[in-house]
Design a protein around this ligand. Structure first.
Ligand code: AMP
Length: 211
């Protein structure tokens, strides 16, 4: 499948989990700016050093740090792509428009209190970035990734205070995006409440309608 898809939705809406599944079942390539930035922080690269302070505070990393990253990754990919976590502002969407044609934008909707609950109980694998939820999707072994046995940890930006800030930032910066893509006629809203498979089927339906 050759589609370029953007997955929009607030932190905790399940974007990461749904992206993983879509990529493995539909053979799409994931480009997740959050994962790429965390990798840069972990590897102590110059990009990581510049991005870390913004990330720990739940703020957006400046455009010049993320746009080039996405442009390079897109250039290297053949076939379909899912962008997870990018664009995150109207300005990023306008910049993206200059070097890629997006076919479909899926906007996952979940209410705020459910998001706080999901995020503060989220655990992430240090090695493969797999995500778990202590209540809804617990790992088989405590603190270990089912897939690669890597150690699970709580992201420094998954604490309640930072989560609330990320949701505020999301509303402020990302919602104008839905208007932008709605006007282009490529936005599809998907109800993000319910279990992972139910939401997955809704997303799949939106993608199939586009093919
Ligand atoms: P995520 O894993 O998508 O929730 O991203 C984690 C953090 O990485 C965000 O809170 C931002 O600090 C940073 N980040 C990820 N994607 C972007 C982006 N497109 N623009 C700016 N900052 C980003």
């Amino acid at each position: 499948m050759d589609l370029k898809i953007v997955l929009l939705g607030p932190p905790g809406s399940g974007k990461g989990t749904q992206t993983e599944r879509l990529c493995s079942e539909l053979k799409l390539t994931k480009i997740s700016t959050g994962d790429l930035l965390r990798e840069a922080v972990r590897n102590d690269t110059p990009l990581g050093a510049k991005a870390k302070g913004y990330m720990d505070a739940g703020r957006l990393v400046p455009n010049d740090l993320v746009v080039d990253l996405v442009r390079e990754k897109l250039k290297a990919v053949k076939g379909g792509v899912i962008l997870d976590g990018f664009p995150r502002s109207l300005e990023q969407a306008q910049l993206l428009d200059k070097f890629a044609k997006i076919d479909l934008v899926i906007d996952i909707n979940v209410n705020e209190e459910a998001l706080v609950k999901r995020l503060t109980m989220r655990r992430t694998c240090k090695d493969c970035a797999g995500v778990y939820h202590l209540e809804y999707n617990p790992p088989r072994e405590e603190d270990k990734c089912d897939r690669c046995h890597g150690p699970l940890y709580q992201r420094t930006d998954d604490t309640e205070k930072t989560v609330r800030e990320r949701l505020r930032v999301y509303k402020e910066s990302t919602l104008p995006l839905t208007k932008f893509y709605h006007e282009k006629g490529i936005l599809r809203k998907v109800d993000g409440e319910g279990d992972i498979s139910t939401v997955y089927q809704r997303i799949l339906k939106a993608i199939k309608a586009k093919k």
